[in-house]
Design a protein around this ligand. Sequence first.
Ligand SMILES: [Cu+2]
Length: 254
Amino acid sequence: MPDPVTTQGQHIFLLWRWAWVAALATGGVVWGLIFYAAFRFRRRSDDEVPVQTRYNLPLEIFYTIAPIIMVVVFFVHTERTQNAIRANIPDPPVTVYVVGQQWTWTFNYMPGGEIHTPGNQVLYSVGEAGNPPTLVLPVGETVEFKLHSPDVIHDFGVPGFLEKEDVIPGPAIDDNHFQVKPIVTGTFKGKCYELCGVYHSRMLFNVKIVTEAEFQAYLQQLQAQGNVAAQPLLGGSQSQTQAGLGSGSEGGSE
Ligand SMILES: [Cu+2]
């Protein structure tokens, strides 16, 4: 399991770890009983038949109740973790409109603004199939991702987040969204987790978590490069990379 790089990832990591502890403890008891029974009650001679126990009420109650308790415990902890990672703040300081399309990603940054506010400035960065884009995020700030696809279902995932979400085509108003709060700086990998077509394997991107000052400098750099729009680039006909073919990167390792 990769080290979590967001507070949400930390919650998921704890659930994952304790679920394994519980599963291994249960497995240990079950394996122990299997080996004990197999050894203790092994056939010693053809005449001797072991005691045949049936309708042992305490035992039957035990193995009905115990699994129910285990499922309840798993359920409660899963529900708690889900609530913790879905506890979205109403007005996140940074929104990134992520567009996944065959075969790359576009990141539309909306610092300090709601997506549907007219005239709000959007700074964007577009990848190419042979040239994975980089998603730059400020450490210690809550970032909201909105996920949009103009073509087929993709899936936006970063192993360090320990979570991923489908990027589903349809009206922008229905887009999937989730929030993360990065806790460490560094460079990480991300990719498309939904087999989306022949060049699915090219849908890679990098994630760079930087300080707030470096993030602001990055946005200014996008502005200086002219990567400015009034609305997020939602791909499709707006895309500069649609199809991703003939982008100078043929013959990769598909
Ligand atoms: Cu994809």
